[in-house]
Design a protein around this ligand. Structure first.
Ligand code: BTN
Length: 271
């Protein structure tokens, strides 16, 4: 898929934005297939940790479990960052930590609300999806290489800008705040925070577990865990929080036993 470079994004050149965000390099595109794919390519070529790929529009944006991610021009933040952690003993923890720090970075644009994290990779505001995280490992030969951290945030959308099938379940920062925040300021807050966090180990740091608990949408709720692709039910129970390894702690309805769920898609049980 061909990509079209971009001279400036929200008035800033790649060099200006890199300086603003503390990034070693920023690659700007008017249109791409997926920023994650470009970031993977750059990582394979040796791109430094913190390298950012940002696109005004993605034509083949990707979500979890093979789903698409609708990424129209001039409305959102669609970007990927190259991460090179020394070790990632628990890959499931990376999207959780990224979600926590993105949610925290967005708070200053939301005077009356705070963004919640829905295990394992969703950002939720007022019960609607604000954005998502897609972390992917890359390989160098047969060894694990870099990680690519993809973040998509709905920023300036009005309800009519969302496809009809998600209109009732999606939200943008502007819709929640009642005023549209400048995307450049949102990007600066979010990317700078992520670059700082990605430079530290992929392990829960002091304070992060408590911060997660306070933003955990599922905590204390009745949930169903399903297999992301087939939709088959894997478990049902009460969500009891997120563990230090990034797993979802579940008290099973049938057995009353506590178990850690390491992968799956979660929905709130309606009954
Ligand atoms: C999800 O909620 O399923 C994850 C969505 C992740 C979307 C972002 S947008 C930037 C990056 N490039 C992609 O193709 N996907 C991620």
């Amino acid at each position: 898929m061909t990509e079209e470079p971009l001279e400036r994004w929200e008035g800033g050149t790649a060099a200006e934005l890199a300086a603003e965000w503390g990034a070693p390099a920023v690659h700007l595109y008017r249109t791409v297939g997926s920023t994650n794919d470009l970031a993977r390519r750059l990582a394979a070529g040796g791109a430094a940790e913190g390298t950012v790929v940002l696109a005004e529009e993605q034509r083949a944006g990707r979500g979890r479990a093979g789903r698409g991610w609708v990424s129209p021009a001039e409305l959102g933040l669609w970007l990927s960052i190259v991460a090179r952690p020394a070790a990632v003993p628990e890959p499931g923890l990376l999207p959780i930590l990224v979600g926590l720090h993105v949610a925290t970075a967005l708070d200053k644009f939301l005077p009356d609300h705070s963004t919640q994290v829905k295990w394992p990779n969703d950002l939720v505001l007022l019960g609607r999806k604000l954005g998502g995280i897609l972390c992917e490992a890359t390989w160098e030969g047969n060894r694990p290489g870099a990680f690519v951290v993809g973040v998509g945030i709905n920023v300036l959308h009005d309800p009519a800008d969302f496809p009809e099938e998600v209109r009732d379940s999606a939200i943008s920062l502007g819709m929640a705040a009642g005023a549209k925040p400048p995307r450049r300021a949102v990007a600066a807050s979010l990317v700078a925070a992520l670059i700082r966090r990605l430079a530290r180990p992929v392990a829960m740091q002091p304070g992060e577990l408590d911060a997660l608990a306070s933003r955990d949408l599922l905590r204390g709720r009745a949930v169903v865990v399903t297999e992301p692709v087939s939709g088959a039910t894997l478990a049902q129970g009460w969500a009891e929080g997120i563990a230090a390894d990034g797993s979802l702690l579940l008290r099973e309805t049938d057995t009353g036993f506590a178990r850690a769920v390491h992968s799956g898609t979660v929905r709130l049980r309606q009954d």
